[in-house]
Design a binder for this molecule. Structure first.
Ligand code: FES
Length: 107
């Protein structure tokens, strides 16, 4: 995976992630979940801040992902915690569309 001069990496092609769908990608040492919502694409680290579970396989509803392990919910646009037992936000990464590429900032 190559990085653009301004610090973005291509993680998917436009049309590859269905609306309200997600793609799990590996960037560097991190696993990210890239979501396609009605207002765009959003990327979070796919690691629950409660106890480290992957979250992308959880239920996505109204822009919130629910961790399948203990039910914490996070806003995928902001990373904010919406429901316990997690208490720390999940890291988010800026996403842009460049031509047919969906790119995540990774600098
Ligand atoms: S690991 Fe996600 S809620 Fe516990």
């Amino acid at each position: 995976m190559s990085t653009t001069a301004d610090g973005f990496v291509t993680v998917a092609r436009v049309g590859e992630i269905a609306l309200n769908g997600v793609k799990i990608v590996r960037v560097g040492d991190a696993q990210l979940a890239v979501f396609h919502l009605e207002d765009g694409y959003f990327a979070i680290e796919d690691v629950c801040t409660h106890d480290g579970s992957p979250m992308a396989g959880g239920c996505l509803e109204d822009g919130a992902i629910e961790c399948p392990r203990h039910g914490a919910r996070f806003d995928v646009r902001t990373g904010r915690v919406l429901r316990l037992p997690a208490s720390s936000p999940v890291p988010t990464y800026p996403v842009r569309v460049a031509g047919d590429d969906i790119q995540v900032e990774w600098s």
